[in-house]
Write a protein that binds this ligand. Structure first.
Ligand code: NAD
Length: 357
């Protein structure tokens, strides 16, 4: 089966931010999140087919720049993504990303895409998928601590996948909570803004922590959290950046995406190497029980793994094939004789001369 959307010599299909927003709106965001969750489940089930490695990370005092490669032997993907918590103070995003999908057989790019929106979608769909397996039965209330860029996507994924009806918001910046409240007002959810973490976690079945601060923060303390809750901890995703009290981790059944990466970046960077965690694919593949009782505390220590981006990029590739609507980028040279790369310079010179004339 060809992985290409267009003939490689025609150019590289490109999904701009505008094109991605149009695609999501035309399909409906909740449908996209639901469909993406199914695709993620299918790919987690074939976990052993992926060639995996922890991501490459270039750290600086204010943030991190990462490359996230993965391949299933047929296709290869790589995401460029940063994490700069102070960016919002200069009116830039904390997370900015773009990605590439490529054909392993020829090494040619299949598609290049924006991944700010796509990362938010895949992170929310991954959170909801994990919660589908681990959250207490009949969960209706989700608490969102940290109401920034990711928050509405989280709320809508949990609504679409788990049937969550009530959202409790808390952020140290009240304007962030107001923004999330306004954005969610059209989606039939019962949304409450809370004044503290303590207040926000009252009555929650699932708690998402999605804060951005490059520090070992304690967003949730041990005393705040009763048994029987599922914590979706996704904000702590690089060395020196965590959100949970270690006592919570000690009490909980902890699940991760890819253990070698999460040991470096996740909440469990605070724990010893002997601290036991379960990779989530084992739950999907029924090699692990997942939640063992209704009063167990479960934690998803989610840092974001490359295979989730792969799934999301393939999903978008498939949508472009269906719609037939895409822009082509002149990214790879296309000379008639592949070995005559030099001829491309001559063509450029000719056209420049023609232009001058
Ligand atoms: P953002 O900057 O848009 O939002 C973060 C919010 O957290 C802000 O509104 C901020 O006021 C709030 N916050 C900071 N400290 C807080 C505290 N102590 N209590 C309550 N709220 C607090 O960032 P974002 O794009 O929403 O991302 C949030 C975090 O999630 C980042 O750290 C990012 O790196 C991470 N992230 C993880 C994944 C993953 O797959 N695990 C994916 C995307 C983003």
């Amino acid at each position: 089966m060809s992985h290409f959307i267009a003939q490689p010599k025609q150019g590289v299909p490109f999904v701009s931010v505008q094109a991605m927003a149009k695609l999501i709106n035309s399909l409906g965001i909740e449908n996209v999140l639901l469909e993406l969750t199914h695709k993620l489940e299918t790919d987690f089930a074939r976990w052993t087919e992926f060639d995996k490695s922890p991501r490459y990370a270039a750290h600086s005092p204010e943030g991190v720049i990462e490359l996230m490669p993965v391949s299933d032997g047929q296709m290869f993907s790589c995401k460029y993504v940063n994490g700069h918590p102070k960016n919002t103070f200069r009116e830039l995003q904390t997370v900015a990303a773009f990605g590439i999908l490529a054909d392993v057989d020829s090494g040619y790019p299949v598609m290049i895409s924006e991944m700010c929106l796509l990362t938010a979608l895949r992170t929310a769909a991954t959170s909801a998928l994990v919660a589908k397996y681990l959250a207490p039965k009949n969960s209706t209330t989700l608490t969102l601590i940290g109401n920034g860029a990711q928050s509405e996507f989280q709320a809508l994924a949990f609504k679409a996948v788990l049937g969550i009806t009530h959202i409790r918001l808390y952020d140290i910046d009240a304007n962030a909570s107001k923004k999330a409240f306004t954005n969610l007002s059209a989606y039939g959810l019962n949304v409450t803004i809370c004044n503290s973490v303590q207040e926000a976690v009252q009555g929650a079945h699932v708690i998402t922590t999605c804060t951005a601060d490059k520090t070992n923060a304690t967003i949730l303390t041990n005393e705040m959290i009763p048994q029987g809750v599922h914590i979706n901890a996704i904000g702590g995703d690089c060395p020196g950046k965590t959100e949970l009290d270690t006592k919570l981790l000690e009490r909980a059944n902890v699940f991760v995406e890819y253990e070698p990466q999460t040991r470096i970046e996740g909440e469990i960077q605070q724990m010893s190497e002997s601290f036991v965690v379960t990779e989530f694919h084992k739950v999907v593949n029924k090699q692990s029980l997942g939640r063992t009782s209704q009063d167990e505390l479960t934690i998803f220590d989610g840092v974001g793994f490359a295979s989730e981006d792969f799934t999301a990029l393939v999903f978008i590739r498939d949508q472009l094939i269906k719609s037939g609507e895409f822009t082509l980028l002149d990214l790879i040279t296309q000379q008639a004789d592949p070995r005559n790369l030099f001829s491309v310079l001559n063509t450029e010179q000719t056209s420049a001369q023609e232009h001058v004339a």
